[in-house]
Write a protein that binds this ligand. Sequence first.
Ligand code: SAM
Ligand code: DTB
Ligand code: SF4
Length: 333
Amino acid sequence: MKHTYAAEPQDSAGREQPRRDWTVQHVTALFDLPFPQLLDQARQAHLAHFPVPEMQISTLLSIKTGACPEDCAYCPQSVHFDTGLTAEKLMPLEAVVAAAETAKARGATRFCMGAAYRKPRPREVARISEMISAVAALGLETCCTLGTLDADQARQLKEAGLDYYNHNLDTSERYYAEIITTRPYAERLETLAEVRAAGLKVCCGGIVGMGETREDRVALLRQLATLPSPPESVPINHLVRVPGTPLEHAEPLDPIEFVRTIAVARILMPASRIRLSAGRSALSDETQALAFYAGANSIFYGEQLLTTPNPEADQDRALLGRLGIAPETAVGH
Ligand code: SAM
Ligand code: DTB
Ligand code: SF4
């Protein structure tokens, strides 16, 4: 079987274009490659689009926490599970701006505001639009994750100055039905289409380590890479096992398989930022270093994700320093 899929097709002007015709067989063959060969291919794809070793740094803020009506089996914020989380209303504008200023001072270039909504209501979109404009005025890229959006809401957020919208597919369509019953997969694809139509950049990825099979990881990455246009930003979350959620005892994924997943994502979406997202606190420095070599070039920075811990900023600074990877300074990509 042919194992090299890094060659990219060309457009009419002869420029290389990332290929878009990935099949399940292609993606499975990549996962099946001997690990060193997989890393070689991922590295080649990475260098073609990101020749300089640098890390894009995002900071997360939960602007509305908990009491979410959805039943996502991994999530500490669902009202369906008792995780001991205290629910909080939508934060005031001033507090969000203060957090964004701190994030900027610590070197973040993108500020991501997350809210535990199924779909925000009009008044909430209006208030969040003010937050977006204020954060953008600080010179930060802005990102929001607020659940399902309709076309008008996506346009409103774009007009407020939003750069990215995060909405994850989370897993394969098959396994999704075992993880979330309250929001159909098709609704996620519709939201992604509305976000694109509004001219926003897309941040879309998933979670691994939820007990899914390799076939599910293949299907997720293939789905992401064959969206009408691939996401600019692809968060790969390793499940944070939160006590009280149905997945609290899920078997952790073998770190080598985790790195394989990152490498395949890099090959399938060579021009995207691949974010080593939630779950880094449970990964060794060595596994993270391998994931960066395999193509991850974005992280969340700061001691808290939305509601769960992330490595201390000092620890991350030290790790990037040991690896000689500079934080990205210019806002872009
Ligand atoms: N409520 C919105 C939604 O789900 O669309 C936005 C916030 S939600 C917390 C954003 C993403 O965080 C989820 O899609 C999921 O991929 C990730 N996430 C949530 N809990 C997680 C966990 N325990 N471990 C890893 N990732 C998680
Ligand atoms: C994404 O893919 N991961 C981030 C962000 N998008 C919003 C969220 C991770 C949340 C981890 C669980 C928590 O801290 O609540
Ligand atoms: Fe709600 Fe989002 Fe958590 Fe699902 S992932 S329960 S939609 S906050």
